[in-house]
Design a protein. Structure first.
Length: 353
């Protein structure tokens, strides 16, 4: 069996470092291992429209931004296929067929759907398209026979629902679809990065993000404004590590040589934490250290983005060619699905048989 990756993002805004540490950096590493036969990166504009139907221009404008974020993060169009979801017609048809394999109550129990309905204030009036999001996602994954799906931990319920659909389809119509596996980041500190304000999730709508496209000065300003320990009023006060956003970011981004480069007074992060906890270490110093660590991580990303921003027609062609390739692949799967369901009526005069 081929090893295939399918993953993607909704184009509702520029990608931030929460996306990067949660899955994007890991996707780049997986791409560069050479261990996978096919890799697909989907810009999920159709899914973005499920809660942005009244503002399609927002989605349209962000397609190119997400493509630039992908390329700047290190996605290589010679190794991976970047495509736009709405330009792959087979995905919509697969979604329709899968809807018959899922009950309303099952979708309602999906923790991710429940959380996002509440977050978007949809309790009184949930758009059907948004409600069916997990089914659409299953179509995206199975259309490419994906064996691995690198996502953040908040998407685990979505993938579990996809697996249920695959099992049900194969049970009813015969072995047709590939059972996918979730791929979570090996760095547990990176699974869920909080917002700059200490809130549980970094979110574009909350404005508590550091974007991959932010310039050096903006990143510095955002780091210096980060939430730390509200009880740490004086430098001499003992500080708390738990819930301290600055230390959470250091856990995620620190490298073996970070202290040697930027703060040789300490050997490692444990030593820095111990000093902070016993008192005598100010938040400003730690933020300045974090800023240096982050700037090092983001510098090559900024450089690649500047390169591609000067070559937008090339980015356009990457998306166009990738979408055509993805459409052909998904159509093959749709043909297989229709054959298994025996609704390929006009193939080889099947309706007469």
């Amino acid at each position: 069996m081929k090893k295939i990756i399918l993953t993607g993002d909704r184009p509702t805004g520029r990608l931030h470092i929460g996306h990067y540490v949660g899955s994007l950096s890991e996707r780049v590493q997986l791409q560069n291992t050479g261990a996978f036969d096919e890799i697909y990166f989907m810009i999920a504009d159709a899914q973005a429209l499920t809660d942005n139907a009244d503002n399609p221009e927002k989605v349209r404008q962000n397609i190119m931004q997400v493509a630039l974020d992908y390329l700047s993060a290190g996605i290589d169009p010679t190794k991976s296929t970047i495509f736009i979801q709405s330009q792959v017609p087979a995905l919509a048809e697969l979604t329709v067929y899968y809807m018959n394999l899922v009950t309303v109550s099952r979708v309602q129990r999906n923790p991710t759907v429940k959380a996002e309905i509440q977050q978007k204030n949809f309790e009184a009036s949930v758009p059907v398209g948004f409600f069916c999001y997990p089914i659409s996602q299953a179509a995206d994954i199975t259309a490419f026979h994906a064996t691995s799906v690198p996502v953040g931990e908040d998407q685990e319920p979505m993938l579990e629902q996809c697996r249920e659909i695959v099992h049900k389809f194969n049970e009813v119509y015969g072995e047709t679809l590939t059972m996918p596996e979730i791929y979570l980041s090996k760095n547990t500190a990176r699974l869920r990065l909080p917002g700059l304000d200490g809130k549980a999730k970094m979110s574009k709508s909350l404005g508590n993000c550091i974007y991959l496209s932010d310039d050096e000065k903006t990143v510095q300003q955002k780091v210096m404004s980060m939430y730390t320990d509200p009880t740490h009023l004086k430098v001499s006060d003992p500080g708390h590590i738990e819930g301290n956003t600055v230390f959470t970011y250091l856990d995620a981004f620190i490298k073996p040589d970070s202290f040697e480069k930027y703060w040789p007074e300490y050997k490692n992060l444990d030593e820095l934490k111990a000093h902070y906890q016993r008192g005598g270490l100010g938040d400003v110093k730690i933020k300045k250290f974090l800023n240096k660590v982050l700037q090092e991580e983001l510098r090559p990303i900024r450089e690649r983005r500047a390169y591609w921003e000067e070559r937008l027609p090339e980015v356009y062609e990457i998306l166009k060619e990738g979408s055509a390739k993805a459409a052909a692949k998904a159509q093959q799967t749709l043909d297989e699905v229709k054959a298994s369901m025996r609704i390929d009526y006009f193939t080889n005069d099947n309706l007469l048989k």
